[in-house]
Ligand binder design. Structure first.
Ligand code: XIL
Length: 369
C-alpha cells in the first residue's frame, strides 16, 4: 500500500475545515457534550460515517462541536478497508481523519477482527486453515495500523468475541466462553491473544481494546456474559497478552432492568486488573410497546440512560462514546435486526431526526455533572 500520507493530509484537513489545530468550531448552543465531559475529566465522542458528514453541513457542525473522539462507523472495518486481498480502500478513513483533524478530535479505530463485515475472500482464506489465517491477519494489521498510525492511537482489536449465554440473541450456542466465529474456527481459542500480539507487534504504543456488548443489564444473561468476559480477560493477562482496555458497547435496551451495583462491581473488577473501560457504542433501544407520546418516551429513555452513565462513571469509566449523534442516521432505525418491531423510529440518540437536541443529551450533561 502506498506510503502513509496521513499526517500531511490530516493537517490539510485543518485548513479545509477552517479551524486552527486543536480548537473545535464555535458551539451550536450551550455547553457542548465534549466541553461538559472535559470539565469533569471525561471524554465524550461519537461514531460517524464519512458519507453522511460529506453531504450534510449541519451534521458536520454538530459532530465537530460535540465530540472529542470520532469513531468510523464502518470505514475502518475489514470489508470496507480491504474488499479484495491486497486491494486497499482507505480514502473514506482518510476523509474522517481530515475531518477529525479540523475539529480537534482524536480517531478511535473500530475494528480489526470481527465476525461481521468480512469480505468473501477473507472468509475463504480463513477456511483454508491457521497458517493462511495468521498471514492475512498479519498483513491486514501491519498495513492498516501502519497507514493510520499518525492519526489512530487506539483500536478495538477484537469485537464481540464472547459467546452469548443461552436465551436471547443466541443464534449459535457454543461450549465455552468464545463466540463461534470464522476466526475461532480458523485459529482456535487462542485467536484473541494472537490478534492482540499481532497488533502490538505492528505498533508498540497502540492502545489495544477488546470490545463487546450485552454487559450492562441486571439480568442472569448479562451477568453470565460479564463473567465470561472476565474469565477471558484474566486468562489473557495471566499469559502476558498485551491488553490495555475494555470497550463496552452499551447498546442499552430499556426492556432490561438495570441496577447500578452489579455493573459498578464489574467495572471495578476490570479496573482492578489494570484495564481502562469505556462505553464505546452508547445508544438506547426502547421497549417493544410504544410509550404514549414522544415527550414521555424521551423522558423515560433519558432517565434510563442517565442511571447507566452515572453508574459507569462511578465505576471508573472515563470515555463515553455514542453510536452516532442523531436518530436520523441510526442503525437502530436502518437495521431491521435492531429496529422497533412496531415500525416506529427509535429515538435512541442525543439528537432527533431534525438534528434537534433531546432529553437524551440533557441526561448526558447531567451524568457528566
Ligand atoms: C454497525 C453499523 O452501525 C452499521 O452501519 C453497519 O451496517 C453494521 O455495523 N456493534 C458494533 C458495530 O461493534 O460495528 C455495529 O455497527 C453495531 C453493533
Amino acid at each position: 500500500m502506498a506510503g502513509s500520507t496521513w499526517g500531511r493530509r490530516a493537517a490539510l484537513g485543518l485548513m479545509a475545515a477552517g479551524c486552527t489545530p486543536g480548537r473545535p468550531p464555535a458551539q451550536p448552543h450551550g455547553p457542548s457534550l465534549r466541553a461538559a465531559a472535559r470539565a469533569r475529566g471525561l471524554v465524550f465522542g461519537t461514531a460517524a460515517q464519512a458519507a453522511l458528514l460529506r453531504q450534510d453541513a449541519a451534521l458536520r457542525a454538530l459532530v465537530a462541536a460535540e465530540a472529542e473522539v470520532l469513531v468510523p462507523e464502518y470505514e475502518a472495518k475489514w470489508g470496507p478497508v480491504q474488499p479484495r486481498e491486497g486491494e486497499w480502500n482507505l480514502a473514506p478513513l482518510q476523509e474522517l481523519a481530515s475531518f477529525a483533524a479540523g475539529a480537534g478530535q482524536r480517531l478511535r479505530g473500530h475494528c480489526l477482527v470481527w465476525h461481521e463485515g468480512n469480505p468473501d475472500w477473507l472468509l475463504a482464506a480463513l477456511a483454508e486453515g491457521p497458517a493462511r489465517a495468521r498471514r492475512v491477519m498479519e498483513d491486514h494489521f501491519r498495513a492498516l495500523l501502519g497507514a493510520t498510525a499518525p492519526v489512530m492511537r487506539e483500536w478495538d482489536v477484537v469485537n464481540e468475541m464472547i459467546a452469548n449465554p443461552p436465551g436471547s440473541d443466541n443464534p449459535s450456542p457454543t461450549p465455552g466462553d468464545l463466540r463461534d466465529t470464522p476466526w475461532l474456527r480458523a485459529l482456535g481459542p487462542g485467536y484473541v491473544e494472537l490478534a492482540l500480539r499481532t497488533a502490538r507487534q505492528a505498533d508498540r504504543t497502540l492502545r489495544l481494546t477488546l470490545n463487546d456488548y450485552g454487559m450492562e443489564a441486571d439480568t442472569p444473561w448479562a451477568a453470565e456474559k460479564r463473567a465470561r468476559l472476565l474469565r477471558l480477560v484474566r486468562a489473557l493477562l495471566d499469559r502476558g497478552a498485551p491488553l490495555d482496555a475494555i470497550g463496552l458497547q452499551a447498546h442499552l435496551q430499556m426492556r432490561e432492568p438495570f441496577r447500578p451495583e452489579p455493573f459498578i462491581a464489574f467495572l471495578r473488577e476490570l479496573r482492578s486488573l489494570g484495564l481502562s473501560v469505556s462505553l464505546t457504542e452508547l445508544d438506547v433501544r426502547e421497549p417493544d410497546l410504544l410509550a404514549p407520546g414522544i415527550a414521555e418516551r424521551d423522558a423515560l429513555m433519558a432517565a434510563y440512560l442517565e442511571q447507566v452513565v452515572r453508574a459507569a462513571i462511578e465505576g471508573g469509566v472515563r470515555t463515553v462514546i455514542t453510536w452516532g449523534l442523531t436518530d436520523r442516521d441510526s442503525w437502530l432505525v436502518s437495521m431491521p435486526a435492531v429496529a422497533r418491531p412496531d415500525g416506529a423510529a427509535t429515538r435512541g440518540h442525543p439528537y432527533d431526526a431534525e438534528l434537534r437536541p433531546k432529553p437524551f443529551r440533557d441526561a448526558l450533561l447531567r451524568a457528566f455533572g
